[in-house]
Design a protein around this ligand. Structure first.
Ligand SMILES: [Zn+2]
Length: 565
């Protein structure tokens, strides 16, 4: 009997893969087949295929529907795509997903609302179903620019919809609004009660408005006083948030930790991993939590956590995005700050560990690159997938230095939310090239796309993709010029292969080629042909991770496999 898989893809290719040749007597049929579609493979030739066979979690064959159908056996599940577009599963290269997930089941989300009225309606709905005394929390991910009303809510509006419940609404890391019940619950009456640098807003008559203004440290400290979810709520939140990511075609995240993320905050994630219930592949890094003891903490935490520890669903991926406090959001680090950073970076390089660092301004990033170059001379970092996150105003010279070091760029759609402010601060010319996506492609630095969600941005990758293409903010202001706009395919490559690079996984996922993991999404619209303004509204109709259907909707709803409990 001839081997049907061999007939389709050719014996030599099959031998090269060692695939489905696992001994006589074994069924040579596919577990699942996708037919009659438009499969954007993102292979080297940008091939588009009609059909795919999946076997044991991996892509077994690609070709015409009639060819692939020959791999169907009695138990093969067959999905008719009816011309729909399939893309490799999206990967966010910089999203605080683990933290966002912890509170997802107990927070109200304003992502995607287009009016204040609609946003407050979500608070009203949540207040109706909440238990007496429960807090209503909006933890960020919105901006007044997205609302028709172009303004923030007032305290009386919030109190009217929250009812008896204490309510808290955060805007970026700069402001929070609380109801009188919330002020009472937290015992806040004066500026001194919102340390380290909080100010209670007042109107022209000196009357308190319910707003609290502050910096990142202040707002973080305030947020940490809200009741934290129970372990069960954290597990439920993680499950629900990852499903929400699956709904938007995401199959992987690169997580940079975050302020307040103690080891105990990873336990809900670990529980789902142990239960084989993760529906998003996660790689995570350790973020410095305590100023002064960064290296000592890394040493302790990583003794039993070598680089790469884990599996294809969950893996340890090094340190960052706060590598050392002295260099975090600091354009003028002292010699001592730089010496400390060097010591940590050298330690990471010697352990062949990945490192990713948060940096905002091109004018000061040279100080970071000087350290990277010094370390590289002593212990080469090329191949370690070091990265700089943000850097929206990166110059060509900076990108050249990054390219030479093999340092990648984790780029997000911050300008979509915050572009007007950037333009005001740095001018229209700077905004025209923020971020310089085409320049980065030309120089050849590895770019991963992402969002930095969820406190400062939406996690929706299609909103980010649309913004990558058109350069318009949430308010519709055109900021970035066409000279820095990638093509649709280039943008998609940044969100798949480009992001996979940061997880050292571009050989395993990020494109749809034989032998790679079957991580993919069937889209509600044709990403390559849909009008630009519709791209932000694309959703997945079927999302697969390692050949398993983790999310399905509409015509495919019946295909979803229930997660293991
Ligand atoms: Zn950051």
């Amino acid at each position: 009997m001839t081997n049907p898989i061999a007939r389709v893809i050719g014996l030599s290719a099959l031998a090269a893969l060692g695939l489905a040749m696992a001994g006589p007597g074994r069924a040579q049929t596919a577990d699942l087949i996708l037919l009659h579609g438009k499969i954007l493979t993102l292979d080297e030739r940008s091939s588009i295929r009609e059909a795919m066979a999946v076997s044991e979690g991996r892509i077994a064959a690609l070709g015409r529907s009639t060819e692939i159908m020959e791999l169907a056996g009695r138990k093969t599940r067959v999905v008719d795509l009816r011309g729909r577009t399939v893309i490799p599963g999206l990967i966010d290269s910089h999203i605080h997903a683990i933290r966002a997930a912890l509170s997802y089941s107990v927070e109200v989300n304003w992502i995607g609302t287009s009016s204040l009225e609609e946003a407050l309606g979500r608070v009203r709905d949540a207040a109706r179903t909440a238990k007496p005394g429960d807090w209503i929390i909006v933890a960020g991910g919105w901006t007044p620019e997205q609302f028709r009303e172009k303004r923030r809510p007032t305290q009386s509006e919030l109190a009217a919809v929250a009812g008896e419940h204490p309510a808290y609404v955060q805007l970026f890391y700069a402001w929070a609004l609380m109801t009188p019940a919330a002020f009472k619950a937290l015992n806040i009456a004066t500026d001194a009660d919102v340390g380290p640098r909080g100010k209670l807003d007042e109107d022209a008559d000196g009357k308190k408005t319910g707003g609290i203004s502050g910096d990142t440290a202040t707002i973080t400290a305030l947020f940490s006083r809200l009741p934290s979810p129970s372990f069960e709520q954290r597990v439920a939140g993680t499950r629900a948030f990852f499903r929400e990511l699956n709904r938007l075609a995401l199959t992987g995240v690169v997580d940079p930790g975050g302020f307040g993320m103690a080891p105990r905050d990873y336990q809900a994630l670990f529980k789902l991993w142990q239960d084989k219930a993760l529906t998003v592949r996660v790689v995570y890094t350790v973020f410095a939590q305590k100023r002064g003891s960064e290296l000592e903490d890394y040493r302790n935490l990583t003794q039993l956590l070598p680089m790469g520890m884990g599996d294809e669903m969950l893996r340890f991926n090094g340190i960052g995005e706060n590598v050392a406090w002295g260099m975090y959001n600091n354009d003028n680090p002292s010699e001592a700050d730089k010496a400390q950073f060097y010591e940590i970076a050298k330690w990471a390089a010697e352990r062949r560990m990945s490192l990713n660092m948060h940096w905002h301004n091109d004018r000061s990033v040279g100080q970071l690159l000087d350290i990277f170059e010094r370390v590289d001379r002593e212990s080469p970092i090329k191949g370690l997938r070091w990265a700089i996150a943000h850097l929206n105003d990166a110059s060509a010279a900076t990108l050249e230095r990054m390219k030479a070091l093999g340092v990648g760029w984790a780029m997000q759609d911050a300008m979509y939310f915050d572009g007007e402010r950037f333009q005001k601060e740095k001018g229209a010319e700077a905004a025209r090239r923020a971020p310089p996506l085409r320049t980065a492609l030309r120089i050849g630095v590895n770019v991963g796309a992402g969002t930095d969600a969820h406190r400062v941005a939406s996690y929706n990758p299609f909103v980010a993709l649309r913004w990558m293409l058109d350069g318009k903010t949430v308010a519709g202001t055109l900021l970035r010029g066409p000279e820095e706009a990638p093509t649709r395919e280039e943008a998609l490559r940044m969100y798949t292969l480009g992001s996979a690079w940061f997880a050292r996984d571009e050989d395993k996922r990020g494109s749809l080629v034989v032998g790679k993991l079957a991580d993919l999404a069937v889209l509600s619209k044709d990403y390559m042909k849909a009008p630009l303004e519709d791209i932000g509204r694309i959703e997945s109709l079927l999302t697969m991770v390692g050949g398993k259907i983790v999310y399905a909707a509409g015509p495919y709803a019946g295909f979803e496999e229930s997660p293991r409990r």
